[in-house]
Design a protein around this ligand. Structure first.
Ligand SMILES: Nc1ncnc2c1ncn2[C@@H]1O[C@H](COP(=O)(O)OP(=O)(O)O)[C@@H](O)[C@H]1O
Ligand SMILES: [Mg+2]
Length: 357
C-alpha cells in the first residue's frame, strides 16, 4: 500500500501554475528524493504535504488518511529545512523538547526521546548549548534531532545539506542513509543536486516545471532515462547529445549517422523510429571509447584523480566528452580516435522522449 499518495495535485500562485496535475505513490518506508532544477516546484510540493501551503486542487493521503484538509500539526509529519529554523533563545535540549511539550508529552518521555535522538546523532555534548554556539553541521543535526523526537510517520527534508561544506555534506549523506535504515519511516528528500539523489534515494522522482518527468531507482534513471531532460540532468559530466543526420535499419536496429559521417549501431529497434523525425543521440562519457573510430581533437583535459575527463571535438566540430584513466598521458590539440558504444547509446525524438523497444 502506498504510504503517501498525491492525487492530481495542482497549485498556482496567481497566473503561474507551479504544480501541474501531479500524481505519485510513495510506498511505506521508502527514501524518495524529489530532484529537479531550482524553481521546478519541489519546495511547494513538500510544503503542501506538510500543510504549510494549501493545495490548489487534488488530494494528499498519508497512511490511508486524507491529510491535505488537516492542520499541519495533526499530519504526523516532521520537516527539516535548509535554514535550520532553530529557536535562537533556546538550548538544543529545549529546541528538541519544544514540540513535544506543546502536545503534552510527559517530561520523562521527552527526556528519553531526546536522549535516544542525541545518541543516534552524536549530539549528546551539545544539549546545553544555544544554536549560536554550534557549527552549521551541528545545527543541522539538531534540526534533524528535533524531527526524530516527534517520531513522525514521514520525514520531509528540503535541501537540508545545501549550507554545509563539501566534506560535511558527503558525511551527512551517509548519516541520513543510516538514519533511514534505523528509523524506517518514510522519508522525502528534496534537492537540485543529482549526486544527493543518486546516493541516498531508494527512488528518485525527477521533476521539471511542476511535472514529474520520471520515477525510478537511481540506476533505472541513470541507465534508462525516459526523456532527454532526465538524461541531461542526471550524471556528471552531463550526457553527450549529438544531432542525428540520418537513420538506417540493420538487423532490426537503428543505425544513426552523425554530422562527421560516422555511424553508431544502436540497440533501439528501427520500428521505434518515425520516418523523417529529427533525432538526437545521447551517450555518456564512459560509453565513448578511445582507441579507434572517428577522428577527434583534444580540446580540454580535466583531471579528477581517479579518472580524467577529456573534452574533444569531432571532425565536424561537435563536442564530445569521454573518460580516460586518471594518469593518462595526453595533451591539448592531440588527435584521438573515438568509438561510441552503440549498445549504451540513447535516441531521443523531437518531443524529447527516449525511443525504446
Ligand atoms: N509564495 C509564492 N508566491 C508566488 N510564487 C511562488 C511562491 N512560492 C514559490 N513560487 C514560485 O513557484 C515556483 C516554484 O517554486 P519552488 O517550489 O520554491 O521551487 P523549488 O523548490 O523547486 O526551487 C517558482 O517559480 C517560484 O518563484
Ligand atoms: Mg526549494
Amino acid at each position: 500500500m502506498a504510504e503517501l499518495s498525491l492525487r492530481n495535485v495542482s497549485k498556482r500562485f496567481g497566473a503561474v501554475e507551479v504544480i501541474r496535475d501531479l500524481s505519485l505513490d510513495i510506498p511505506s518506508g521508502e527514501f524518495a528524493v524529489f530532484l529537479g532544477p531550482s524553481g521546478c516546484g519541489k519546495s511547494t510540493l513538500l510544503r503542501m504535504i506538510a500543510g504549510l501551503e494549501a493545495v490548489g486542487s487534488g488530494e494528499i493521503h498519508l497512511g490511508g488518511a486524507r491529510i491535505d484538509t488537516m492542520a499541519p500539526g495533526d499530519r504526523g509529519i516532521a520537516m527539516v529545512f535548509q535554514h535550520y529554523a532553530l529557536y535562537p533563545h533556546m538550548t538544543v535540549r529545549e529546541n528538541m523538547a519544544f514540540g513535544l511539550r506543546n502536545i503534552g508529552t510527559p517530561p520523562a518521555e521527552i527526556e528519553r526521546k531526546i536522549a535516544d535522538a542525541a545518541e543516534m546523532l552524536e549530539i549528546g555534548e551539545l544539549l546545553a548549548r544555544k544554536p549560536t554556539q554550534l557549527s552549521g553541521g551541528q545545527r543541522q543535526r539538531v534540526a534533524i534531532g528535533r524531527a526524530i523526537v516527534k517520531q513522525p510517520r514521514a520525514f520531509l527534508f528540503d535541501e537540508p545539506l545545501s549550507n554545509l561544506d563539501a566534506a560535511l555534506r558527503s558525511r551527512t549523506r551517509i548519516e541520513l542513509a543510516r538514519l533511514h535504515q534505523r528509523v524506517s519511516s518514510t522519508m522525502i528528500f528534496v534537492t537540485h543536486d543529482q549526486v544527493e539523489a543518486m546516493t541516498m534515494a531508494t527512488r528518485i522522482v525527477v521533476m521539471n516545471q511542476g511535472r514529474i518527468e520520471q520515477v525510478g531507482t537511481p540506476m533505472e534513471i541513470y541507465q534508462r532515462p525516459r526523456t532527454r531532460f532526465v538524461a541531461g540532468f542526471i550524471g556528471a559530466p552531463a550526457m553527450n547529445f549529438l544531432p542525428v543526420t540520418g537513420v538506417t535499419g540493420r538487423g532490426g536496429m537503428a543505425v544513426a549517422r552523425l554530422p562527421d559521417g560516422s555511424e553508431v549501431a544502436t540497440e533501439v529497434p528501427i520500428g521505434a523510429v518515425k520516418a523523417g523525425a529529427t533525432l538526437t543521440l545521447g551517450v555518456r562519457a564512459e560509453h565513448v571509447l578511445p582507441g579507434n573510430g572517428a577522428a577527434a581533437k583534444v580540446d580540454v583535459i580535466e583531471r579528477l584523480g581517479e579518472r580524467t575527463l577529456v573534452y574533444a571535438n569531432l571532425s565536424d566540430g561537435s563536442a564530445v566528452v569521454y573518460d580516460e584513466p586518471g594518469d593518462v598521458q595526453l595533451s591539448v590539440g592531440e588527435s584521438v580516435a573515438l568509438t561510441i558504444d552503440g549498445a549504451a547509446a540513447h535516441l531521443f525524438g523531437p518531443d524529447g522522449l527516449a525511443l525504446h523497444g
